[in-house]
Design a protein around this ligand. Sequence first.
Ligand code: GLU
Length: 635
Amino acid sequence: MAQRKHLLPTIGLVLCAACSPSEKLDPVSQVEPAPGDAGAQPDGGGTGDDLFATLPEIAPTATGRGGAAATVDLRGTLAAIEILRKGGNAVDAAVAAASVLGATDPFSCGIGGGGFMLIYLAGEGKVVTIDHRETAPAGLTASAFYESGAPIDFDELVTSGLSVGVPGTVRGWSEALRRYGTLGLGDALARAIRVAETGFDVDRTFFEQTGRNLERFRAITSSKELFLGPDGEPWPVGTTFKNPDLARTYRLIAEGGERAFYEGEVAEAIVAAVGSPPVEPGSALTVRPGVMAPSDLQDYEVRVRPAVSTTYRGHTIHGMGLPSSGGITVALALNLLEGFDPEVLTPVEVLHRYLGASRLAFADRGAFLGDPEFVEAPVAGLLSKDYADARRDLIDLVKAPTKAAAPGDPFAFQNDPSPSPGGGQGARGRSARPNDAGDNETTHITISDAAGNVVSYTCTIEAEGGNGIVVPGHGFLLNNELTDFTLPDDPSTPHPNVAEPGKRPRSSMSPTLVMKDGKPLLALASPGGSTIITTVLQILVGAIDLGRPIDEALAAPRISQRNAGDGSSDAETAFLSTPEAEGLRDLGHVFSDKSTSGGEIGAATALRFNGDGTVTAVAEPVRRQGGSAMVEREK
Ligand code: GLU
């Protein structure tokens, strides 16, 4: 339960002696913290070098040497830098940062959700990805999302047990550390345990995120207890927010490993919350139960997959493969753009082509992509340069589109052109989410270490606040990831992304790595639902085609074309008054102002590896009130 306390706690790093079989770092302390001992280890347990003792000024850009980190939150970034400075690698730091964000940014990510981690292993010169996307429970079929022959209202699906996918995060972290880390879960979670236990100041983002969830938090007993004060209002800015239930859950995982999450009391509490949501007596909110069984949690598996790759103007771009549509859609759009020479184009002409390429790529994304264990998506065809060459002429160079593009025929460009049994060529359907757009959910973490390893990691609980249900006694929100499935109006219409038992819903998450001359040049990505893909694309176009420094490319006002039915694009308000907007309007482009539905498109983070051996970490400067970038060693 959150408690109002004095402001500005000091937080120390305390490692649990019983936590981890593989303590390969020098632990700062082996002292088990007493429950509730806020600030008891102000110097980090004895090193006198506690990064959290006095929080530094938050900065969105930092350049230096060794490793670097950028996240949406100062404490997340500090947790990563702390691990790096103590000799941990980028994977250790990513888990530490993500687990701290699970406490400080609980409405975006956490152990109730899933994610995609892309890792560059410098020693092997290899890129791998860890898919820990949530799965549909074995007992859940698409028909569960329909009532009286029509899809259940989207908002009602979000706040329900029905939309909860089997959480993948803990197994993802465990697998990442086991394969590629140097720490065990105990050490990697140590800082997050302390932050959850000793608390942190509620900032404006946390306050506003709680406010946007107010109605449903008031309706869910466990969420109300944690996130609302005794007056039923969000904890005010400046309150020390503590989450001892989350600290205890993290400690169970630290001590017992991933099984402590997927079996036993935590698993039982998840199953109970899904099957019988803890709704306040008398609440008017409809909260449907789901069908998750203990075996769904026990049986959850992560997938270690190769990255999806393409080349672009002398760079190699690595992204996330299915079940995320991110890497393939970004690669396809880049392949389309590669046929144009930005050197001879104005910025307006470059952006016009970016919108056109994104439109075509989204047409194929919508038609063909789904969980590869259920659907034979024509990935080779979609990624082939010949396919892009065949589609490029559909971008009208002097006129904006006024309708959606039809998907192409990538099967003709597969080595083995067999039709997709899962979806069928050109199958259409809509996402459960009405406009399949992003709001304020999800978060992206980019981290490198001194050895040259790089992690680009997007984690999520889907909506801002997930399904709104805190697992009673355990301090974390459940995801509503299954709303990423496609719900055709007629449930019998085939589509590669319809819900099926055990299936992973199609994602847009796009952790990305750009290599040049065999070495990392950029790592980046963003939250934002399907706008993640266009945010990554627009940053790449800004950095590579328009030659902007990475911090400028990341900060630039965004536009997003996702094959809307009327050909229009979303735009941030700041874009609408730019000369580029005027030039694009002259070509016929119509923009919907995103300020009417959340205002922002993506709060990205990035790293740039500079020619002089330094690295620049970049977080979002303004969106979501700005993120935090730091380096291991300042220049
Ligand atoms: N459910 C979303 C996806 O996988 C999470 C990303 C987001 O909404 O920002 O695409």
